[in-house]
Write a protein that binds this ligand. Structure first.
Ligand code: FPP
Length: 231
C-alpha cells in the first residue's frame, strides 16, 4: 500500500462529541488530545514523513474566551508533557502560524521545542497555531516585498516564502466531523491534494480510521491534469 508522504488534518468535532455525551466542550478537546497522540504515533510507525495538524486557526480567537484559554492551556500542558517523548522518537516539530498574538509562555515553549527537535528525521510534525491559509499567503507576499529583490516571481519562488516551506504539498487531506470545507487551512498547498472527508468526530478518529483513509487514498488516481493513459 502506498503511504502518503504528507498528511494534513483538520481535527473537527470535539465540541459535538462532548455535546452528544452531555459533557462540556472542554471534555471533547481533552479527548481530542488522546487521538492526536495516537495518530502521530501511528503516522510515524507507518512511515508518513510529514504530518500537519490544524490545532488552532486564526478565526478560532472568536470563540468564547474561556474556550480559547482552555485550548491554549491544553496546548501548553501537552507541549510540556509530550515534547521530550516526541524528541526521543526522532520527531521534528515545527509550528506554523502567527506567533505575535501568542502568550509569551507559549511562544517561548514553541521556540524551545523547535530548536530542540530541529535535526530530527523520522517524522516532520507541523502544528498549525494561529494559522490560516490566507495569512500564510499574505505573510509570504509581505516577506517578498520586504526583501525587495524580485520584480517578478514564479510559483517556485513564491513557495519558498510559505510557512510550510520546504515541505512537499500534502498528498492526503483529512477532515473529520462531516463538514466539507477547507476553513482557511492550507490554501496554496492543497491544489493537488486528495481530499478525504469522514463523518467520524475527531475524538473517535483512531488509527483504524486513519488506515481506512489511507486505503481510500490508494484508490485515487492522481493525474495532475494529465489523462489516465498518460500515467
Ligand atoms: C475542532 O473541534 C477542534 C479544535 C478547534 C481544536 C483542536 C485541538 C485539539 C484536538 C487539541 C490540541 C492539539 C494538539 C496538537 C495537542 P470543534 O471545537 O470545532 O468541534 P465542534 O465543531 O463539534 O464544535
Amino acid at each position: 500500500m502506498d503511504i502518503p508522504r504528507h498528511i494534513a488534518i483538520i481535527m473537527d468535532g470535539n465540541g459535538r462529541w462532548a455535546k452528544k455525551r452531555l459533557l462540556p466542550r472542554f471534555a471533547g478537546h481533552a479527548r481530542g488530545v488522546k487521538r492526536v497522540k495516537e495518530i502521530v504515533e501511528h503516522c510515524s510507525g507507518l512511515g508518513v514523513k510529514y504530518l500537519t495538524l490544524f490545532a488552532f486557526g486564526r478565526e478560532n480567537w472568536k470563540r468564547p474566551s474561556e474556550e480559547v484559554s482552555f485550548l491554549m492551556n491544553l496546548l501548553l500542558e501537552q507541549l510540556g508533557k509530550e515534547f521530550l517523548r516526541l524528541h526521543e522518537n526522532d520527531v521534528k516539530i515545527r509550528f506554523i502560524g502567527d506567533r505575535s498574538r501568542l502568550e509569551e509562555l507559549i511562544c517561548d515553549k514553541v521556540n524551545f521545542i523547535e530548536n530542540l527537535t530541529k535535526d530530527n528525521k523520522k517524522l516532520n510534525l507541523n502544528i498549525a497555531l494561529d494559522y490560516s491559509g490566507s495569512y500564510d499567503i499574505i505573510q509570504a507576499v509581505n516577506l517578498i516585498l520586504a526583501k525587495g529583490n524580485h520584480t517578478q516571481i514564479t510559483e517556485q519562488i513564491f513557495e519558498k516564502y510559505l510557512l510550510t516551506y520546504p515541505d512537499p504539498a500534502p498528498d492526503l487531506f483529512i477532515r473529520t466531523s462531516g463538514e466539507m470545507r477547507i476553513s482557511n487551512f492550507m490554501l496554496w498547498q492543497i491544489s493537488y491534494t486528495e481530499m478525504y472527508f469522514t463523518s467520524k468526530l475527531w475524538p473517535d478518529f483512531n488509527k483504524k480510521a486513519l488506515d481506512e483513509a489511507i486505503r481510500w487514498f490508494n484508490t485515487r488516481e492522481r493525474r495532475y491534469g494529465m489523462t489516465s493513459e498518460q500515467l
